[in-house]
Write a protein that binds this ligand. Structure first.
Ligand SMILES: C[S@@+](CC[C@H](N)C(=O)[O-])C[C@H]1O[C@@H](n2cnc3c(N)ncnc32)[C@H](O)[C@@H]1O
Length: 247
């Protein structure tokens, strides 16, 4: 299913957000394509990257980097609890890495929607998950094709970094969530690991406190920061992982 909507977010027509202060290595490594071209051009680039060989290896990368197995622990140990969630949205599903956990740990009656910009990634996710349970939808995080308050639970793993301005995505996510709805947000951080991810995947990185401030601004309140492991917490190697609650 392909959603046809105009996809130019508001802020792409305005000025790009200011560059955050970062150390020299991060600045050299981090890609700035997202700031240099229009959002439409950038989005075509992202679609192309994920449609190609890198996208085909995405699931393997998530296993090797331990994101997939460590991510599962968050659901299995109910650090992010899916119990009681009725309408779940997984944004930027990629190869279905998070959707797989939703299928395993969500209630049997829950409705799951997997959304991604890349039809090719959705095809891969469908093939990997081998189930007709979720609905798969090609659309842009900055223009979600859903009614207000359609979901009580959202997962958004490593996709917000593909927007020039996070407000475009966060406002949309907030809009489609019910008051009290919960979201698990994972994204790149402005450290060496994040800069490397930016280099590999043409994305941006976030300053943790700055991102939380913007989340609050759009009515998504940080409830708890989550960590895959103690090492993740000490080294901040796995990026930002936070549970947000819609006001
Ligand atoms: C790194 S993968 C994340 C996969 C998975 N969610 C995870 O946590 O491992 C990022 C995915 O976001 C998708 N994506 C990038 N920009 C997007 C946008 N603006 N709207 C929706 N999906 C987008 C890409 O096509 C890709 O499949």
């Amino acid at each position: 299913m392909t959603a046809k909507r105009s996809t130019t977010p508001r802020s792409s027509r305005t000025k790009a957000p200011p560059r955050q202060s970062k150390n020299v290595i991060n600045r050299l490594l981090e890609r700035d394509l997202i700031r240099r071209v229009s959002y439409d051009e950038y989005r075509s680039k992202v679609r192309g990257v994920y449609a190609g060989p890198k996208g085909a290896l995405l699931a393997t990368c998530s296993m090797l980097s331990l994101h997939a197995p460590l991510g599962e622990r968050l659901f299995r140990e109910r650090k992010f609890d899916l119990k009681g969630a009725r309408n779940l949205l997984d944004v930027g599903s990629g190869a279905g890495q998070i959707a797989r956990h939703l299928l395993k740990y969500a209630d049997a009656q829950a409705r799951i929607t997997c959304l991604d910009l890349s039809p090719e990634m959705l095809r891969r996710a469908r093939q990997r998950l081998k189930t007709g349970w979720p609905t798969f939808l090609a659309a842009d995080l900055s223009r979600l094709p859903f009614a207000d308050a359609a979901f009580d639970c959202v997962t958004c793993g490593y996709v917000l970094e593909h927007l020039p301005d996070p407000r475009d995505g966060l406002r949309e996510l907030s809009r489609v969530m019910v008051p009290g709805g919960r979201m698990l947000l994972l994204t790149t951080e402005d450290n060496f690991g994040g800069a490397w991810t930016s280099y590999m995947w043409y994305c941006r990185t976030y300053n943790r406190q700055e991102l939380f401030r913007i989340c609050r601004e759009v009515g998504l309140l940080p409830r708890q920061e989550l960590w895959f492991t103690r090492m993740h917490k000490a080294l901040r190697a796995g990026g930002i992982c936070v549970e947000l609650v819609k006001e």
